[in-house]
Design a protein around this ligand. Sequence first.
Ligand SMILES: *Cc1c(COP(=O)(O)O)cnc(C)c1O
Length: 460
Amino acid sequence: MKQKDLLLFNEIVHTLLKEEKESPVSPYLEVDQVSTAVDVNLTENPLEDNEVQEIIKKVVLKTPRTASKAFFNQLFGGRNSRAVLGDLLAVVLNNSMYTYKVAGIQVAIEKEIINQVVRHIGYNQNAGGTIATGGSMTNFMAMVMARDNANQDIRTKGVKRDLIIYTSNQSHYSIPKNASFMGVGTDNVRYIATNNKGEMLVEDLEQQIKIDLSNNKTPFFVNATAGTTVLGAFDPISAISDVSRKYGLWLHVDGAFGGGVFFSNNYKKLLNGIEYSNSFSFNAHKMLGTPLSCSIIVVQQKQHLYQSFAKDASYLYQTDHDDFDLGKISLQCGRRNDALKFWTLWKSVGTVGLANMVDHQFLLAETARDYIKKSSDYTLYSFDDSTNICFNYKNICPQHLCTLLYEEAALMVGFGHFKDNTFVRLTTVNAENSEVDILNFFTTLEGFVEQHMDVLNKTS
Ligand SMILES: *Cc1c(COP(=O)(O)O)cnc(C)c1O
């Protein structure tokens, strides 16, 4: 790495951090200007180096600011300094996690994370785990392991029967998407109804399983969601696990969003029964402040990882320590080191620090809910024990409000739907925010509405 580029990197980041403080939402870039706002054209011959440097700076400053105090749009946020440090080092080191030979001590780091997670959620010494490119892919791994567990011939012969998947109607879209990838088919996904908090109705689950069995179908997989995308609801894992075991089905807990609560003594109750699941995944890049992406899956019986993902490749596996050649249990071949950033964070703050991050996000959510409850201008759609606060303000159309807030570079926040309602969804997953930042969100929103009342009223 050239000294010149290290200096340039520092300079660009300093400028960005300063800009971000002054304008936490980057100026809106119209779609029809996105290719011309900065010279992004790739050319036959290089430009002068100082021109290239200027262009790189401009690109950085024109990029949406997802780590600022005004970003509430998705289920991640903030910029944890230690985690970023770890990620930068991973880039410079550029290992691939498939073999001990090229990953070395980084293997110990990934294994330590897996072992700790396994211990915290109550799996035993037969458990194992790995890291994939995101929650969609860790869900995919769980589904493939469940499929191969249901019938080992599927790996060689393909799917021959109607295998059935159960998931709530509030679950993530990666479940049906993966169902199509894995040859099960989206028609074989059953969407189980939820109660008014968005939690899966366990009686409906059992009833649907019985119907499928009587129709000669093959149920094999139940997905419980820990932290649904819209309401942040937690399915009742314990009761779902009773049903799953009764019918011999694989239970996966998709904790991509909320799974990180197991670190907190105050909130791990939301995962009650997690030790009875067959697999569990969570994104450290959501609740735990780690840069994208860091999605961890653990499985009750490590052998399932080998059964579904091991493939002999003599050009790759030239040394003989199976347990340390992590490529044998991963989805891909070359694999980025996503463990180091989570480890540098965890090592720096301890498990207590991770628990504090989780608790703090719930505290911020409570602050937001309390604020909303105090004013008759707001309608609240959310419940306790969730870090998503869904609301409407003065009956203004939420789609329109969120779009205008974005275009005017005031706030980045999204909207969601549940049953017959559409609302603004504020999420408090940035642990670097304070209660004041949350209150500022509402002050900004209210001032904005005041100022844009004519436009907002016209279309709502
Ligand atoms: C975010 C999310 C996913 C997908 O994770 P990616 O890392 O974005 O692929 C899956 N399930 C739930 C519940 C999520 O919130």
